[in-house]
Design a protein around this ligand. Structure first.
Ligand code: HEC
Length: 134
């Protein structure tokens, strides 16, 4: 019985530690996505499709791999927002690389919709300006 509890406690601890790591990882990825979105906005204003494509790649990188964070939490909507945002970000990159500003703009709006959808559902701003995952 003692062995059982030890194994149980180690497993619980291990899963807690794993969750902590992926939250930190998510935050890092989100910051990258946020920087990417800023770059897209600036690139659009300057009609610089090369800059838009480069910033779009940051958004792709920021979202890539985060889907598993949400599937591990059984947050189906989070998985959906991530997939949609990722698809739209890839669409934005190829449109910008082809120099199609209107198409890139439409794709950027779709990307923004996925970010906002998930933030409304799963992000809570704390009084100190930090974010909490819900
Ligand atoms: C499936 C859910 C989801 C999607 C999609 C999503 N986010 Fe987030 N985002 C979160 C959560 C939850 C937090 C709060 C926890 C954190 O900071 O990691 C967050 C935090 C952030 C932060 C604050 C990071 C910090 O802690 O300083 C930025 C910036 C951000 N997201 C940008 C974006 C952008 C840009 C997109 C779209 C390209 C996006 N996010 C898409 C869930 C999501």
């Amino acid at each position: 019985m003692k062995k059982f509890w030890f194994a149980f406690a180690s497993l619980t601890l291990a899963s807690l530690l794993m969750a902590a790591v992926s939250e930190a990882e998510l935050e890092k990825k989100m910051k990258m996505a946020g920087d990417g979105m800023g770059g897209i906005r600036k690139g659009m204003q300057a009609s610089d499709m090369k800059a838009v494509a480069a910033a779009g790649k940051m958004v792709v990188e920021g979202l890539e791999g985060t889907e598993s964070f949400w599937s591990a939490r059984h947050a189906e909507d989070g998985v959906k927002y991530t997939k949609e945002g990722l698809a739209a970000a890839k669409e934005l990159v190829s449109a910008a690389e082809a120099g199609h500003a209107d198409h890139a703009k439409a794709a950027a709006a779709k990307v923004g919709g996925s970010c906002k959808g998930c933030h409304d559902a799963h992000r809570e701003k704390l009084p100190d300006g930090k974010y909490k995952i819900k």
